[in-house]
Design a protein around this ligand. Sequence first.
Ligand code: WT7
Length: 632
Amino acid sequence: MEKIDNYVPRSLEDYNRLYNESITNPESFWEKIASTFTWKKKWKNVLSFDFKKPEFKWFEGGKLNISENCLDRHLIDKPNQTAILFEPNDPNEKHQEISYKELHQRVCRFSNVLKKNNIEKGDRVCLYMPMVPELAIAVLACSRIGAVHSVVFAGFSSTALAARINDADCKMLVTADGSFRGSKTIDLKSIADEALASCPSVEVSIVLKRINSNIELNDIDKWWHDEISLASNECEATGIDSEDPLFILYTSGSTGKPKGMVHSCGGYMVYSEYSFKNVFQYNKGDVYWCTADIGWITGHSYIVYGPLLSGATTVMFEGVPSFPDFGRFWEICEKHSITHFYTAPTAIRALAKHPKSFVSKYDLNSLKVLGTVGEPINEEAWNWYNEVVGKKSCPIVDTWWQTETGGIMISSIAGVTDQKPTFATKPMIGIQPVLLDNDGQEISDSNTNGILAIKYPWPSIARTIYGDRERYKKVYFTAYPGYYFPGDGAFRDDDENYRITGRVDDVVIVSGHNLGTAPIEDAINLHENVVESALVGFPHDVKGNALYAFVILKDDSKTENINTEINDLISKTIGPIAKPDKVQIVPGLPKTRSGKIMRRILRKIACGEKNNFGDISTLLNPEIVELIVKGY
Ligand code: WT7
């Protein structure tokens, strides 16, 4: 059998050679990578696609099981190696090292629990859980039997959870009695119960005991520990068609309800392992830690699937970087001799605000590679990461990608290709980015800005939006026909390095969380005294961006508790992460003659601009601009 390591670049020459091969002959290239996995049945066709439909099929006709590739494959050569290293929220609670052998058994047991509770191939299972090993176990148990997991980040509110459960018609919810987060205990179960009151599709809910509460179970609830105690340690992995769905993961859009991105089994498996091995250059004995939550794509691809497919040791951390103090990340790095550390710019900026002694107190000599993801990293944060954490001796990989892309698209390869601060740099092997102008023409010049697009399919591209193929087509494939449009702008330098400049749509990235402005406006508008609202992002030195809400009230005299009430509504419908930093009551909003809010102007006002608004004569109500500025 071919070995994937033979295709992982170890030098710049390797990268250039493999990159060229991957674009001149993509099918034979990806066929070789795919051949390194365990398939139950070989594929008939490597790739068929049509950007117009749009439709992408990878390794069609093949049958596989990703959980088998994550676990069973490694039982021969590394049964006792740690697969998951769990570091709890409370530093005084003992950490856990779960070997591949043990993880395999625990996943099998939970797979049997799913089956016993009537979960079959294709059924959707919602996971609303803390960052504990059981979450990864539930993910792998679903994929082992072909059930489709939909992980919902445990910071979402009951309304947001219910909307996601209902959108995917989930048959089961797996949750916990609560979760620990820093000094707080979160009552996940009550949130879940509130959600389930409006989720008729859910037949069973499995509840993990995490905080040792003495809650009473409802009729549809079953304790995790009771269920697994009766289950067998063996469960054969079901053969799943390459193009069958593996999971649904929700991401915000610029309009309306969240989009349930659907990823399929074969292509996602191939790309998540290959990209993990490339970017991070993981070697035997390394201990890799990604600080994301499994509720986001970063956790799916680079805590669970990518590392486990690669037979790596992957760390799961339940807590937060500030508890018990701002040295927690570095304490964990020292404690477990972390070699690879992957986090978000917002975390770096927050930690860089505190004395360097929080870092220097710990021995970070084990670190070899640092990574960032989620938003552009500013130079100051990059330098701090490089100097204070990496002691200028660890390559930094700035990885640009999305929920929709399934895996890293543009990034340097640690120690192999060149890094450049604030630039994600070069495309991954097999990825073909281009810059487009506003008319959708490819820009060939260097040193230019443009709209970032991808011109050829890659194995882990999301296949659709669950239940809404039209929206999938409209959002990603319509504005620039023949390309995948991610919604970001980019700058390309003389050496073909890409720097991501930010969103070109109404999505704002706050502390690395992708937030659509429309759903938050909808939440604000639920307030009985609100007529209309408009939300924009503005730069924030820790969060990257913060939100600024402009709100028109019915009765201007009733403003007393308006900020708190708006914040409560947002927390309840979406989650606390979507709360604006600033709420301004305004007499009106700048509108075009067709009634569209001119967000460009509001963005400028939110940044503190007072005069330079460009041509506002086309506005229906130009006089409003001055009034809003006065109230700023
Ligand atoms: C959006 C996708 C990929 C996992 C986390 C976010 C922004 C992501 C970078 C980066 C600049 C970045 C983009 C992208 N983004 N990584 N390295 N540099 N911007 O996934 O929630 O789907 O958000 O995050 O704007 O489109 P997501």
